[in-house]
Design a protein around this ligand. Structure first.
Ligand SMILES: Cc1cc2nc3c(=O)[nH]c(=O)nc-3n(C[C@H](O)[C@H](O)[C@H](O)COP(=O)(O)OP(=O)(O)OC[C@H]3O[C@@H](n4cnc5c(N)ncnc54)[C@H](O)[C@@H]3O)c2cc1C
Length: 201
């Protein structure tokens, strides 16, 4: 087996069964396995863009403002920890395994945490409603404010910073730092690599 480190698959020629790497090397193959991991999925909401407090438009698929952080890397975790250290409350978006873990970890540091999720109980894909209620009770006893059946509709950005979020249950006074554990999508090389496609795509 040959191990090639520090090079990205840059171009895939399926006809020639050849992969060109970012350093120009070419690797031919009989069979190719794409195991390029996942990318965090951010909530598919619109972003109301303001500049200096004045409305500048509303965009779907716009870049999320500062203050909305994906949950994927150690850098993401450190960024949220830094924000929560300054006393800013944090909303964790997503009641799956990672969202629940993140909310508990933040609560243990003494941060003010809201956990917002779509279903009736957290971890509804892994736990039945009774177990979900026990988990909800446990989270609440740890100081986590759990809000069920809630979806994000719109983020409001002012000069690139998150200033408000509108949810299916209204804008309320939800914290302005959002940690998104709202699932992931295959990190298809097609996004970065011309010619590459995820298996089955
Ligand atoms: C916060 C967090 C906690 C988790 N906790 C758990 C847990 O407790 N238990 C558990 O089972 N799972 C956990 N997971 C999930 C687990 O990390 C993933 O399921 C696992 O990493 C997937 O492995 P993978 O090999 O498919 O992808 P990855 O580990 O993401 O590896 C993908 C590899 O492909 C490389 N790559 C990507 N594109 C290219 C390219 N164009 N050219 C060359 N190389 C490329 C990347 O550099 C990387 O080396 C967690 C995930 C997160 C985010």
């Amino acid at each position: 087996m040959e191990l090639i480190l520090g090079a990205e698959a840059a171009h895939l020629d399926r006809e020639a069964q050849e992969l060109t790497l970012s350093d120009g090397r070419r690797v031919s193959y009989d069979r190719l396995v794409l195991a390029t991991g996942a990318e965090p999925r951010m909530p598919p909401c619109t972003v109301e863009v303001r500049r200096g407090g004045k409305l500048d438009g509303e965009r779907s698929g716009a870049q999320m403002p500062r203050g909305v952080v994906p949950l994927r890397t150690i850098e993401d975790a450190l960024a949220v920890r830094e924000r929560s250290r300054t006393g800013r409350p944090v909303t964790v978006l997503g009641g799956g395994v990672l969202g629940v873990e993140a909310a508990l970890a933040l609560a243990e540091t003494g941060a003010e945490v809201t956990l917002l999720h779509r279903g009736g109980t957290p971890m509804s894909r892994e736990a039945d409603p009774d177990a979900g209620m026990l988990l909800r009770r446990e989270l609440t006893s740890m100081g986590v404010d759990v809000r069920a059946a809630t979806d994000v509709r719109e983020a409001v950005s002012d000069d690139g910073e998150l200033v408000a979020v509108r949810t299916s249950s209204g804008s309320g006074s939800l914290p302005r730092c959002w940690w998104c554990a709202s699932g992931s999508s295959p990190a298809t090389p097609s996004r970065r690599t011309r010619g590459c496609r995820a298996p089955g795509a």
